[in-house]
Write a protein that binds this ligand. Structure first.
Ligand SMILES: [Fe+2]
Length: 313
């Protein structure tokens, strides 16, 4: 079976919302995903309870931080100097008890220009999306971003979420791009569908409307398309998925990052060639409601124009 057929079949499964119920043995084998192994989640939960760490892990999971970053981009139009992007990822909003309230409180104090979501809105990988949508409705009411909210789907998300999230005001970029305009200048915001599990991403289609040489920002669920994006001339790659490990051991780091990319690209800021990247640690949790050694985050990215900074140096 060709990869194209894989993608088509998986897209069909995504549309049907049957992520965890892949009937085809070949697809299931090719697309094994630890987040779908519910027995393992129960084992981890049991281990945390036996060791008395579950309460601390749950507290850590709600200890959401707002982290501010400055990203200096060559070629960023001058009108976008100091542009503020609120970046949320992996909210898994129906997964952590009390997270919605904490998130709303934190978001109330943030004033950005635009807001971007890099996938994994819901906790489970299958079933109805109704509780996720209900929680997200509260979250978006606390987002202050006059230039709009934009998003892509992750491996936990189902295709039917697109209409529901757009109804909440989040413009979903399904292998598509749109211009952000400011004072007559433009930055292109492109988004690809999940490159990690469904592999329905299509960078070529996503960038089809982006003029050659234009400054472009890519939204992707995981960092796994870093090489292709850098080759296309993307200026900034924003993603999540890894949760920065979710469980990290002091001095050793993440137990696993669950992404086919260099470890350096699995958390925080990184650079590949001329392209800059940022992998958000995520606001929520998957598999278990617990975090150790890598707090959940809301990222506030302030874009700086390299040429303006050089001029003022
Ligand atoms: Fe994910």
């Amino acid at each position: 079976m060709s990869m194209r057929n894989h993608a088509t079949d998986l897209l069909h499964k995504r549309k049907a919302g049957e992520v965890a119920l892949l009937e085809n043995w070949f697809l299931r084998r090719q697309h094994f995903h630890i987040e779908n192994v519910t027995g393992l989640h129960a084992l981890v939960r049991g281990l945390l309870r036996c060791t008395g760490l579950h309460k601390r892990g749950e507290r850590n999971a709600r200890a959401l931080r707002v982290n501010a970053y400055t990203v200096t981009l060559p070629g960023l139009p001058r009108a976008f100097h100091h542009y503020r992007l609120l970046h949320l990822s992996d909210v898994h909003i129906d997964g952590v008890t009390g997270l919605t309230q904490v998130l709303c409180e934190q978001l109330s104090g943030i004033h950005a220009d635009a807001c971007v979501f890099t996938g994994d809105f819901r906790y489970k990988t299958s079933g109805p999306c109704t509780s996720m949508v209900r929680y997200m409705e509260k979250v978006v009411r606390h987002i202050h971003a006059p230039d709009g909210m934009y998003g892509v789907l992750g491996n936990h998300d189902a295709y039917e979420e697109v209409a529901a999230l757009e109804h909440l005001g989040i413009r979903m970029l399904m292998n598509a791009a749109l211009p952000l305009r400011r004072a007559g200048e433009t930055v292109w915001l492109a988004g690809i569908d999940d490159p990690h599990y469904y592999e329905c991403d299509d960078l070529e289609s996503a960038c089809a409307s982006v003029p050659p040489g234009a400054c472009s920002i890519l939204l992707a669920h995981s960092p796994e398309r870093y090489a292709e994006a850098a080759a296309r001339g993307i200026a900034l790659y924003l993603c999540g998925h890894t949760h920065a490990g979710q469980m990290c051991i002091p001095h050793l780091g993440a137990l696993m990052v669950n992404a086919r990319c260099p470890r350096a690209y699995a958390a925080g800021r990184w650079q590949h060639g001329r392209m800059q990247g940022f992998t958000n640690a995520g606001a929520g949790c998957s598999c278990v409601q617990a975090r150790f050694g890598c707090p959940p985050e809301i990222a506030l990215l302030e874009l700086h124009c390299a040429e303006v900074e050089q001029g003022s140096a």
